[in-house]
Design a protein around this ligand. Structure first.
Ligand code: ATP
Ligand code: MG
Length: 560
């Protein structure tokens, strides 16, 4: 569970503070720039927390900007879901909602300006030829024969590109920088391409679209962003970012700063792979509780507070690394320990009959809602002659050190009495124990005068006549190995999918106070773990998702 603490690991905070102290900046303006081509995942949450926190700490601003320059993969559904997710995370962009597509006209004018300056040209090589001209990491590229086109010809062609006179791929607009640059991104990168496609916001108004390398720095400049935080894969693009801003004569000078993306063990984080898992049916959808999407985590029972604390704790580093998923689980466990009400639920029920308890009698026993929070109060739990306990809490032939219910051995029923097993009923055919016969000691009621009598174990239970039936989904890691890509040659990461990542238990019994539990509400099932109500749950058909087990059953992946 090694991770930098937020203060120690946050070199970006230091840069920002330095910029303010030295007068390089007099304010802090950040942005979170998702591309609406998928749902947000916990990696995005790291970026969201970082951008909003850095600005908030200095009274600055954070824009939510949709980086929607690729009409073929983006749509409104993602735009709306992303906003809902950022809000759910607890952040508010106020009226600072922007779209790169709103800048299409201005970006076009910047491009025209660059043509006039002789800094860009229309290239008519095919995509394949452009690739061949680019060179390699060790060899310089070659100039395109169209590189020397006159400004007039470039202006004319670019205008006609916009006017839909050409097919996709016929021409591109390229920066005129240096085909021999050691940085491949500086070898006349493409700034505009023709794409006859309907955009989810601008419709058919455009058939040329700017590339990320052109749209992103200029969007930052247009919005007067001071610190443009992005992930490490853009480090090699920084030179180009600065070139675009400087050559366009934009007034603002945003600074790009790169940080390491968040990777977690036992899961995948790229949108492409998440999409593949959904499309191929490996998971039930984008909100499958096994996915690291924010929708999935929410359905799993994660709280925004736990995710924020986690993001804060891991901090930001300059070098890529992988964080153990157990650390994320640690933070949700801590958060729910503080606030989740305790309840009793039996996942694999075994019937218990208390022979000396009067038939028809029901006692309402007082149970504590949250020992961590006195203000949570108490509730009543019905107790009667026929109960369910967990199958695991009974052994007819106990192994050594088994302190729970066995023939002749007493246990305490939580909030109730001490009971003793006096016999069992078995299925004649299978020999399986189907019922445990017990007696109870009426003197041992919890909090009563005799309640101090010592027994080695306390177990949970529900009253059979009062309990509510429920389905419980037990989730485990989606991938067996910490690194999903750790596969034999010739196989891909899906070979590592955990066949037991979802275990569905039906016929579980939970205490009656859960009958009307609202969707997504989290509970601690005593001795079991944290569970939340699935949105598909209904009062007649309760469904609970296990958020996380009570104790960390996963040892460190690095442990022997
Ligand atoms: P993916 O690789 O999952 O497709 P992306 O970078 O293409 O992600 P964007 O929508 O462009 O997705 O990301 C929006 C912002 O979130 C960007 O600034 C990006 O750098 C950041 N981001 C994306 N993934 C991570 C991650 N794993 N850790 C930290 N920040 C991330
Ligand atoms: Mg991106």
């Amino acid at each position: 569970m090694a991770a930098d603490s937020s203060q120690a690991g946050n070199f970006i905070r230091e840069i920002v503070e330095h910029d303010l102290k030295t007068g390089k900046r007099d304010r802090v303006a950040t942005r979170f720039p998702p591309e609406p081509n998928g749902y947000l995942h916990i990696g995005h949450a790291k970026s969201i927390c970082l951008n909003f926190a850095i600005a908030q700490e200095h009274g600055g601003t954070t824009n939510l900007r949709f980086d929607d320059t690729n009409p073929t993969t983006e749509n409104l559904e993602y735009v709306e879901a992303i906003q809902a997710d950022v809000r759910w995370m607890g952040f508010d962009w106020g009226d600072r909602l922007f779209y790169a597509s709103d800048y299409f006209e201005r970006l076009y004018q910047y491009a025209v300006h660059l043509i006039r300056k002789g800094k860009t040209y229309v290239d008519s090589l095919s995509a394949e030829e452009i690739r061949q001209h680019r060179g390699t990491l060790t060899e310089p590229g070659k100039d395109s024969p169209y590189r020397t086109r006159s400004v007039e010809e470039n202006l004319d062609l670019f205008a006609r590109m916009r006017a839909a006179e050409f097919a996709d791929g016929a021409h591109v607009l390229r920066a005129k920088i240096d085909m021999a640059s050691p940085n491949v991104n500086m070898r006349d990168p493409t700034l505009y391409r023709i794409r006859h496609a309907v955009h989810h916001r601008t419709g058919s108004a455009w058939c040329i679209y700017p590339t990320y390398d052109f749209a992103h720095p200029l969007s930052d400049a247009i919005e007067d962003i001071t610190h443009s935080l992005c992930t490490l894969e853009f480090e090699d693009h920084r030179l180009l970012y600065d070139w675009v801003v400087a050559e366009s004569n934009a007034k603002a000078r945003p600074q790009q700063i790169e940080f390491a993306r968040l990777n977690l063990t036992h899961t995948v984080m790229s949108k492409r792979r998440l999409l593949e898992l959904v499309d191929k049916g490996h998971v039930a959808g984008w909100d499958d509780p096994r996915l690291p999407t924010l929708k999935g985590l929410r359905r799993r029972g994660y709280t925004p507070e736990a995710i924020r604390t986690f993001c804060d704790h891991i901090g930001v580093a300059k070098r890529d690394g992988v964080v153990e998923i157990g650390l994320l689980e640690h933070f949700i466990r801590e958060d729910l320990n503080r606030r989740a009400p305790r309840v009793m639920g039996v996942l694999r029920p075994l019937r218990v009959v208390i022979e000396n308890y009067p038939e028809g009698q029901v006692e309402e026993l007082e149970a504590i809602n949250n020992p961590e929070d006195a203000s949570a109060g108490t509730r009543k739990v019905p107790f009667s002659r026929v109960l369910y306990i967990e199958q695991d809490d009974f052994r007819e032939v106990p192994p050594k050190k088994f302190f729970r219910l066995t023939p002749g051995q007493e246990v305490r029923l939580r909030y109730a009495y001490i009971i003793q097993c006096v016999g069992v009923v078995k299925d004649e055919r299978t020999g399986e124990v189907t019922e445990v016969r017990c007696t109870y000691d009426p003197e041992t009621k919890s909090r009563g005068p005799q309640s101090g009598r010592k027994v080695k174990a306390t177990i949970h239970w529900v009253s059979a006549a009062h309990a509510v039936e429920a389905t419980v989904r037990l989730y485990d890691h989606l991938f067996l190995k910490p690194d999903p890509d750790d596969v034999p040659e010739g196989q891909d990461y899906t070979a590592n999918l955990n066949p037991h990542s979802l275990e569905r238990l039906t016929g579980c019994r939970v205490e009656p106070s859960l009958a009307g539990a609202p969707a997504l509400r989290g509970y601690q099932f005593e001795r079991q773990g944290y569970f939340c109500v699935d949105p598909d749950s209904s009062p007649g058909a309760l469904i609970f998702n296990r958020t996380v087990a009570l104790r960390d059953s996963y040892k460190s992946d690095k442990a022997p």
